[in-house]
Design a protein around this ligand. Structure first.
Ligand SMILES: Cc1ncc(COP(=O)(O)O)c(C=O)c1O
Length: 393
């Protein structure tokens, strides 16, 4: 009954783990959640208040398909203020989350059988966006030895006759690594020489805690290559996952196509969410986002040192997002077995590497530090107990 393209669309394993976690909680057990890629903080109060005002003011109708002009202008101003980059407001397209932007870009850019290069490991849903327009997702392994960075050689090796472009995330899910500007410059130049498209997912932008390239600050690949496609979202740094709002920056010549697709596929992004998001850039809200970023930075350090003290290997220090990509091969278990045993026997939920690709996926699990210090400590203690009980400590 269903279309063949469904064969290419894998279930999101983390959802299965979350279901198991919910069942255990319904049985009265306390579960430590390291599986959820969603900030645990509520949306900042000034944004919620703006959303409530929007409802009161009757902003409950469709808006312009590409977003309300005030928000497109505000996002454009944000690029100027934070990164010193000029982005014309009409190049900013407001979408239903980065997910909406990914669907629009897949429909805009891919003909059937066109291939898009995706780093492996990477964000799992990207393959579905490519598959749903009958494109082909070509996974390119990124190696721990290269800091989980895609190199120019990787790109050149993978580029084939049907390759249409590259979709890269920085900071990346699940590895948390930030692509250096020099690498971005090199990769964008190579893609553009091949008349390909370069899509940069900056959904974790602003959530950086490292040094050098990964230092705090709201940087963007648009500084390096002004005419790439950039995706972003109010979900992560701005803590608005449930509002379903994001944006993208597209080259001027694509605006007509994007506009036609957005009108037909979505009519408009949520009006209430857009009016609420206007407040996300105000000083009071930004102070809250910044305080939360600092909390994430502390959690990253707390969780990373706790896991390392247990002897687990984190091959590359993540500089951003809210994830650690941890090698659990020393347990002698593949990562999926490790995850299911950990949730069932010790009520700690983490996501297996095979949610993010194939390459050495059986070695890795992703920890999200989207949970408070008390749970981080409890999780470390329980994993320590598990390793001892399993004879691996
Ligand atoms: C790398 C990446 N891109 C896109 C998304 C989609 O986010 P949203 O649709 O909430 O903006 C996510 C969600 O986790 C993600 O991790």
């Amino acid at each position: 009954m269903t279309a063949h393209r469904l064969d290419q669309i894998a279930p999101f394993r983390v959802m299965l783990l979350m279901e198991r976690a919910k069942r255990l909680e319904a049985d009265g057990l306390r579960v430590v959640h390291f599986e959820v890629g969603e900030p645990d903080f509520e949306t900042a109060a000034p944004i919620v208040a703006a959303g409530q005002r929007a409802l009161g003011a009757g902003h409950t109708k469709y808006t312009q398909a590409m977003g309300i002009p005030a928000l497109r202008e505000r996002i454009s101003a944000f690029y100027a203020e934070t990164a010193g980059v000029t982005v014309a407001p009409d190049r900013v397209v407001v979408t239903a989350g980065a997910s909406g932007a990914l669907l629009l870009l897949a429909a805009l850019l891919l003909d059937p059988d066109d291939e898009i290069l995706l780093p492996d490991p990477g964000y799992p849903c990207n393959e579905a966006f490519v598959g749903v327009v009958n494109g082909v997702a070509h996974r390119v392994p990124v190696l721990a030895a290269n800091g989980f960075q895609l190199t120019a050689a990787d790109l050149l090796d993978a580029w084939g006759e049907r390759t249409r472009g590259l979709l890269l995330g920085s900071p990346a899910n699940p590895t948390g690594v930030v692509t250096p500007r020099s690498t971005l410059a090199e990769l964008t130049a190579l893609v553009q020489e091949r008349r390909g498209v370069f899509l940069l997912d900056e959904i974790y932008q602003g959530l950086t805690y490292g040094e050098g390239e990964g230092a705090p600050g709201y940087r963007t690949g648009l500084e390096v290559a002004p005419d790439i496609f950039v995706l972003n979202s109010f979900s992560k740094y701005f803590g608005m996952t449930g509002w379903r709002l994001g944006w993208m920056v597209v080259p001027q010549e694509c605006l007509d196509g994007v506009s036609r697709l957005a009108q037909n596929l979505f009519i408009s992004p949520s009006s209430i969410a857009q009016h609420a998001a206007l407040a996300a850039f105000d000083q009071d809200a930004m102070a809250i986002h910044e305080a939360r970023r600092l909390r994430f930075a502390q959690r990253r350090d707390r969780l990373a040192s706790g896991l390392r003290n247990l002897g687990l290997h984190i091959p590359v220090d993540p500089q951003g997002a809210f994830y650690l990509y941890v090698d659990v091969s020393k347990t002698g278990m593949d990562s999926e077995t490790f995850c299911w045993r950990l949730i069932d026997e010790y009520q700690v939920a983490v996501t297996p590497g095979n949610d993010f690709g194939d390459h050495l996926a059986e070695r890795y699990v992703r920890f999200a530090y989207t949970t408070g210090d008390e749970d981080i400590d409890l999780g470390i203690e329980r994993i320590g107990r598990a390793l001892t009980d399993w004879g691996m400590a």
